[in-house]
Design a protein around this ligand. Structure first.
Ligand code: SF4
Length: 948
């Protein structure tokens, strides 16, 4: 458990754990009288982003109601601190517009007619349909599509117990590009930077306010800064993070890899690289580039070949590309070399997710770590797999046999995750159909590009048989479902969470607060929905019960994985599921619990989190154990193999674990890319993104230049598109908002509810004197949206920017649907595939059981930009490339704020132009994708081979 004295925590006022059963505070509502309120404090885990911070629910002893949420000081990652979204959980659970009962559509899809139904009816309907699909050999027609993950582990188990290849995710509109760049180096697809102990930190994201794991990371970045670390931020926008930095590098978007490679060149040319580390831990001997072959050559000769290869990346060239001054690039390169093993960095979305080839930014960034010898070190760049803890449950089902090409189609064999944002286009092309579709906290109509293609797909009963939206809140997508199934927020469900948020390993336990407290008082519940508001359930029990309903007598082989490990043949309970994991799979937990006279489950219910270990570094150097060594052989290149598969590597004549790559080293040279038809990218490289200035000029007829991707798809402007060409940055977020779930969180929407178009003052002048608040029309390749301008110096000329997370809408005025955050719109299909949306009424005060809804003082719901974007699948990573060229003009007199138009016929055309860039499987040996690259819910190996 975290020692807060050692950590130097300032949270002296956090309730000590011995007082959690009866914590007393003065009631602020009774001021100036001193009225005491007594609370029971129950730990759980925040559900409002991936960070999984620890919450404490304050439950009034008198009423049994949850009064507020604060931070759990015993949670090793968040250490009692929260961002605004954590405490706003109270708004979510008391939202008068929330969904409380399972509902079934009673009119045509999307018509908004619903009737309340029972959980039993839901289970019977889906079980019958799924049983039929499985028995008829149509397993690939069952799909689970997750938006917000957050129940680690149980879903993979469920899908494999059903024997289906049906896991879909949102990752390819989020982070899969950076993931590819990272995994090509070291298999782990995310870094675990040790910010707290770093001497120099480089962020390619808005990490102090909104990046991945930002609250846990932000604390540690500031600790690093307090100990003398310097902070550099590369971001085209003057974000709050950039404003806190020692160096702000406002790069032209998509040129970040050029800047990083210029820094690499400085370190190489000045011979400030960590020779020992590079020689020991990279696969430099495999290098084959520009006619040079390292095998048989010296390390020094290889370094010379690298210097030659990167000779063009002078700081002056990088300045010309990016706008960052050459002297700043040189200075930061030297700072990194000086920090050496204590150089930490982070990149998640931003540059990687915006650009064609954005995955190269991650590769170029890790090159700096390799040069500075800061991989696996204290204060350096560690691997997520070393810090994220994944416990093993009992009786694991075997991997599924099939391969679903709606998830992993042959065109993108290196995509780290499912090509989920292309699903409507795949169905339009006739690649398959879906019979049972479960969406989980997933709102693609609103959060994905090309949302109208999603509406067309969701409406089509031929292509999509039955759709259940498992969701805690209403969403634009749930409106088009057949069933809307209410699932719990943070204090209404069970989940296990663990993230690589610092150099340690921990596990957190989300739990249903009311149920836990009432069971402490002696009540018993068969299902969590009996203790939650209305009949709000949780997925764990839903999947267990659904699996029993599919296979009631166990004849299909499914039920066995949902039987109790303690009571053979009986239905598994959540207490048993988690109890078994805590007893058997979490090192040290059972002994720690025993010291307090608790079972491991009781311990986790009491504290909500457990730190397994800390100061985890250099796991690559772990010696192979006797058991691991048995049956191995050392190959001539030093790789230790077992049954022809690499399992370790010889370092200084010692067999150690190494990295999980084919060479078991950091892959400076990627044979995988050469083998999979991308020989031009065997080293970290830079080429111009689809939105580079030269592409802007090319879209107006100019010819291509050096570093241009000659194959970048040309922009074809629709007829209506007029105005100046800009690059739109659409993927930054306001730190207090979540995609869909923050909708009716009043504390959050009160803080921000506008997403204007950022435009530089010089551009505003060029466009005829645009002022803040003027109405602008932004044309994309498939349509347009209309919004207000915000004239600023916080963004470079030539760019415009608009935050996502705003612009919610509903097609009905009166229903109780997200009234605090959404506009009532008129949505019309004016021609085949041509969609128009106009806001009829925006946010205004309204009556509800919460008196504060009458005090709503804002009247803006924002503008939905994502729905006007076409899909841009990167040919290598498969990631949607979010940045795009747009044309911007002053809105016309008949344009209104929030107007949207999209032609999905055009979006299908853009999809096909980008698809043409791909270099499809098969790869070597008829493989669909490299065997060593990770895949979500991995099927058995035979499924990796394409059938002739
Ligand atoms: S960072 Fe904020 S939203 Fe994310 S888990 Fe922590 S408190 Fe919740």
């Amino acid at each position: 458990m975290t020692d807060f004295k050692r950590e130097g925590s300032h949270l002296a006022s956090c309730p000590p754990v011995e007082k959690w059963d009866d914590w007393v505070e003065l009631d602020p509502g009774s001021w100036p009288r001193r009225v005491e309120k007594h609370y029971q404090l129950v730990p759980t885990i925040c559900f409002n982003c991936e960070s999984a911070c620890g919450l404490l629910a304050y439950v009034e002893r008198e009423s049994g109601q949850i009064a507020k949420f604060e931070g759990n000081p015993l949670h090793p990652s968040s250490r009692g601190r929260l961002c605004p979204k954590g405490p706003a959980t109270i708004n979510q659970i008391h939202d008068p517009d929330r969904i409380l009962y399972p509902m079934k559509r009673s009119g045509p899809r999307g018509a908004g007619k619903w009737t309340r139904t029972s959980w039993d009816e839901v289970l019977e309907t889906f079980a019958a349909r799924m049983r039929r699909a499985i028995e008829e050999g149509r397993r690939e027609e069952i799909m689970y599509h997750v938006g917000r993950p957050g129940h680690d582990f149980i879903m993979d188990r469920t899908l494999q117990a059903w024997g289906i290849d049906g896991h879909n995710s949102h990752t390819n509109v989020c982070s899969s590009s950076a993931r590819l760049g990272y995994l090509l180096w070291h298999y782990a697809d995310r870094p675990s930077p040790d910010h707290a102990n770093a001497r120099f930190i480089l962020l390619l994201s808005a990490h102090l306010e909104s990046g991945h794991y930002f609250n846990p990371h932000a604390q540690r970045i500031l600790e690093g800064k307090r100990s003398g670390a310097k902070l550099a931020v590369m971001d085209p926008r003057l974000s709050n993070t950039a404003s806190m930095a020692d160096y702000w590098m406002p790069t032209y978007p998509g040129t970040e890899a050029a800047v990083l490679l210029a820094m690499a060149k400085v370190i190489l040319d000045e011979n400030r690289y960590d020779r020992k580390f590079m020689k020991t831990w990279t696969n430099w001997e495999d290098l084959e580039v520009d006619g040079f072959q390292a095998r048989g050559q010296s390390f020094e000769a290889t370094i010379e070949a690298l210097k030659k290869h990167y000779a063009n990346f002078t700081p002056q060239f990088a300045e010309k590309e990016s706008g960052v001054k050459a002297e700043v690039i040189v200075k930061i390169a030297r700072e990194i070399a000086t920090a050496g093993s204590r150089f930490a960095s982070h990149l998640w979305r931003g540059s990687a997710s915006g650009n064609l080839g954005g995955w190269q930014t991650a590769r170029a960034l890790v090159l700096l770590h390799v040069l500075s010898g800061s991989v696996g070190t204290e204060g350096g760049h560690n691997l997520n797999a070393w810090n994220k803890f994944v416990p093993k449950p009992f009786k694991v089902p075997p991997p599924q046999k099939g391969w679903n090409e709606l998830l992993y189609p042959p065109e993108w064999p290196l995509s780290t995750h499912e090509m989920s944002f292309l699903l409507p286009h795949f169905l339009k092309e006739g690649r398959g159909r879906i019979d049972c579709y479960f969406t989980r906290v997933f709102n693609p109509v609103w959060t994905y590009p090309d949302g109208f293609s999603w509406i067309e797909m969701l409406r089509d009963e031929e292509k999509l048989g039955l759709h259940a939206a498992l969701t805690p809140t209403w969403s634009e997508t749930a409106w088009f479902a057949d069933y809307v199934l209410p699932m719990g927020f943070s204090s209404e469900r069970h989940d296990l969470m663990s993230q690589e948020s610092y150099a340690g390993r921990w596990i957190g336990f989300r739990q249903p607060v009311n149920r836990v407290l009432r069971e402490r008082g002696g009540e018993k519940f068969e299902c969590t929905y009996q203790a939650n508001p209305g009949e709000v359930w949780e997925e764990d029990e839903f999947w267990i019960n659904l699996s029993w309903a599919i296979d009631p007598d166990g004849a299909m082989g499914i039920r066995q994985y949902f039987e109790s490990p303690y009571r053979p043949g009986q239905k598994l309970t959540v207490d048993e599921y988690y109890g078994w994991i805590f007893e058997n799979s979490v090192p040290g937990l059972a002994a720690t619990a025993q010291k307090e006279g608790l079972t491991p489950l009781q311990y986790m219910r009491k504290y909500g989190a457990y730190e397994i270990t800390r100061d985890v570094y250099g796991q690559n150097e772990k010696p192979l154990s006797e058991a691991e060594l048995s049956g191995t052989r050392a190959e001539s290149n030093g790789v230790v193999t077992k049954q022809a598969k690499p399992v370790g590597v010889m370092i200084d004549d010692r067999p150690v674990v190494g990295y999980n790559t084919p060479s078991r080293k950091l892959e400076l040279f990627s044979r995988t890319l050469a083998d999979w038809k991308w020989p031009e990218f065997v080293l970290p490289e830079y080429y111009r993104s689809h939105i580079h200035r030269s592409a802007q000029r090319a879209s107006l007829g100019e010819k291509a230049a050096d570093f241009d991707r000659k194959d970048a798809p040309a922009v074809e402007w629709p007829e209506h598109a007029r105005g100046e060409v800009f690059t739109l940055l659409p993927i930054f977020r306001l730190p207090n908002l979540i995609h869909t779930r923050s909708g009716n969180a009043k504390y959050l929407y009160e803080i921000s509810h506008k997403n204007p178009l950022w435009i530089n003052a010089a551009d505003a002048r060029k466009l005829g004197g645009i002022r803040t608040g003027d109405l602008m029309k932004v044309h994309t390749e498939i349509g347009y949206f209309v919004l207000h301008a915000w004239v600023t110096e916080g963004l470079a000329p030539g760019l415009v920017a608009c935050s996502h997370h705003l612009g919610r809408w509903r097609v009905t005025k009166d229903e109780r649907i997200e009234r605090m955050s959404s506009a009532w719109v008129d949505l019309k299909e004016v021609g085949k595939g041509q969609w128009k949306m106009r806001q009829l009424e925006s946010v205004s005060p309204y009556d509800s059981p919460d008196p504060e809804t009458k005090r709503v003082w804002w009247s803006d719901a924002g503008v939905h930009q994502d729905i006007t974007f076409p899909v841009h699948p990167d040919p290598v990573s498969g990631m949607h490339c979010w940045h795009q060229m747009v044309r911007v003009e002053r809105a016309a007199s008949d344009d209104r704020y929030g107007d949207i138009f999209v032609d999905t016929n055009l979006s299908f055309g853009v999809y096909q132009r980008w698809k043409a860039l791909a270099r499809p499987a098969p790869g070597p040996g008829g493989l669909r994708r490299p065997l060593w690259i990770p895949r979500a819910v991995r099927p058995e190996e035979s499924a990796y081979y394409m059938k002739r």
